[in-house]
Design a protein around this ligand. Structure first.
Ligand SMILES: [Zn+2]
Length: 313
């Protein structure tokens, strides 16, 4: 079946995208550690067989950040000057280095999915969607999703849609439209989807957006999607949230089933990248990790796959 996805999740992960320095004890947000904590937890389970890890991608250089940020702000972050603390994270050389890899993980996962749509891709990263051209914000330093989408547009003319199910509005895309007019081409208006409401209303809002983006895909106006299933849209998150566990996981189910329907309708696998985004629970961070794992598992189990060479479900 040429509209099926492969059995493994192509995962762009290296420990270089993790910041170990000062996060555990001196940061409200554990997101800079999350790629490591999540992959470690996955490795302990049989689910690890579903992951095909790519760890040799190149980090971003300073210049790569300039499609979404001013030189002054990028220099501030790299050199620990000016508004380098606007991300509310403890600065370290480790943090800066990890950022060159988290942003590259996002880009490489999306690029791979676009060029190899049979591969369901995964970028285990967070801390991007509140960043602005002149500063960081809300534990986010650089607008990795904007940079990746602009690169894909520049390289291939590829247009993307973001399903941003983090509990907080992903302002980076909207806030960068004036700074870099290519954002309007790379992620057109209405393609930065942030569902609103609570519980069933949230689900039906998400479904409406899936339908709208589906129409754009069928008209050839959108070529790839990214599913950012932030765990802070769960009702028990320290920073609020919209959905019970049942409804939060239902979002992953709705997304996966929609991918199958769209892939059937266009006669080829829709390029899909999964990513993490937020999630904050001081008392039980494993609950955040487990939500992410259950969402990944749901997508992996439901998104149609080739039978040959598939791993045990
Ligand atoms: Zn959030």
């Amino acid at each position: 079946m040429e509209n099926k996805h492969n059995a493994k999740i192509k995962t762009f992960y290296t420990e270089k995208q993790v910041c170990f320095d000062a996060i555990k004890d001196h940061s409200f947000s554990q997101s800079p550690l999350k790629p490591f904590l999540l992959m470690k937890r996955i490795k302990k389970s049989e689910f690890s067989l579903a992951f095909d890890i790519v760890d040799d991608f190149s980090p971003f250089k300073r210049e790569d950040f300039l499609s979404a940020h001013t030189e002054e702000y990028v220099d501030n972050v790299f050199n620990k000057s000016g508004n380098y603390r606007s991300n509310s994270l403890p600065w370290s050389e480790n943090l800066v280095k990890s950022l060159t890899y988290t942003n590259a993980s996002m880009y490489n996962a999306m690029r791979h999915a676009y060029l190899n749509p049979t591969d369901l891709c995964f970028a285990p990263v967070s801390g991007m969607h509140h960043a602005m051209p002149h500063s960081g914000s809300g534990f986010c330093t650089f607008s990795g999703q904007v940079i990746a989408s602009v690169k894909l547009y520049e390289e291939f003319g590829a247009v993307g849609a973001w399903f941003d199910l983090d509990g907080h509005f992903g302002n980076s895309i909207e806030d960068t439209r004036t700074f870099n007019p290519l954002v309007d081409k790379a992620i057109p208006k209405l393609c930065n989807v942030n569902p609103r409401g609570y519980e069933e209303a949230y689900l039906s809002n998400f479904e409406q957006h899936l339908e709208l983006i589906g129409e754009k895909i069928k008209r050839g106006e959108v070529h790839y999607v990214v599913f950012a299933h932030g765990a802070d849209s769960h009702i028990d998150d320290d920073l609020g949230g919209s959905c019970s566990t049942k409804n939060w996981l239902k979002c992953a189910e709705l997304f996966a089933e929609w991918v199958n329907v769209i892939s059937d309708e266009i006669g080829r696998p829709l390029p899909v990248t999964l990513t993490l985004f937020g999630g904050y629970r001081k008392a039980n961070y494993n609950a955040v990790l487990d939500l992410h794992i259950e969402s990944l598992k749901t997508c992996w189990e439901l998104i149609g796959r080739e039978k040959e060479g598939s791993v045990a479900a």
